[in-house]
Design a protein around this ligand. Structure first.
Ligand code: ITT
Length: 203
């Protein structure tokens, strides 16, 4: 099994998304685990052929572990809008188009919500974190945070769809909130917590 993650380790964060890389680096730092991103190592981006967050996270983590010979953690995540049947979901990055323009992606979410006539603006962010060893089993952990979508977008912090997402129990969007507070409740942190718990339990 795993149980191999320990203080002083250096792991690859198998992402080319700087927003994710920095949030995950903040989560791993207090454990004494140093992170380097796949982008910084010049690793190729594998094609995301999976049909779920978990499958795509596995594909990315295994590719990075194989290419680097290091422990790898990949994050596949996205926004699921209840009134849009869970869209954009695993296509969240693609809604930003070739230029990864999330202003456009947020506009599309809002446009489709208005076109649907729905008054229900509930949504959640979901994250699957896959932990892969160069020659071992891959484990996947998921986390979710529920909230409501607002329009127009508010705040310039975070990344992706953060400026339109207000987590339940708060009034600020993830785009306005202190990044440390987002990291205390995010989908990413909740998946991360399970990864760490499973690691400790196996040691
Ligand atoms: P990698 O595959 O290289 O990790 P990516 O951005 O392509 O980067 P995904 O396929 O997992 O990653 O797409 C996730 C998208 O969902 C991401 O681009 C954001 O637009 C959105 N997303 C995920 N987590 C988010 C968060 O915490 N805040 C805002 N948007 C988020």
């Amino acid at each position: 099994m795993m149980g191999d993650l320990k203080r002083g380790d250096r792991i690859v964060i198998a992402t080319h998304n700087e927003g994710k890389a920095s949030e995950l680096a903040e989560l791993f730092a207090p454990l004494g685990i140093e992170t380097v991103s796949a982008g910084a190592l010049g690793l190729k981006e594998p094609e995301e052929t999976g049909e779920s967050f978990a499958e795509n996270a596995e594909v990315k983590a295994e590719a990075a572990a194989a290419a680097s010979g290091m422990l790898a953690v990949a994050d596949d995540s996205g926004l699921e809008v209840a009134s849009l049947g869970g869209a954009p979901g695993i296509h969240s990055a693609r809604w930003g188009g070739p230029n990864k323009d999330f202003r456009l992606a947020m506009e599309r979410v809002n446009r489709e919500l208005e076109a649907s006539g729905a008054t229900d603006r509930r949504a959640n962010f979901t994250c699957a974190l896959a932990f892969a060893q160069p020659a071992g089993k891959t484990l996947v952990f998921t986390g979710k945070v529920d909230g409501t979508l607002v329009w127009p977008p508010r705040g310039t912090r975070g990344f992706g769809y953060d400026p339109i997402f207000v987590p339940d129990g708060y009034t600020e969007t993830f785009g306005e909130m202190d990044p440390a507070l987002k990291n205390e409740m995010s989908h990413r942190m909740r998946a991360f917590e399970k990864l760490i718990l499973s690691n400790l339990a196996l040691r």
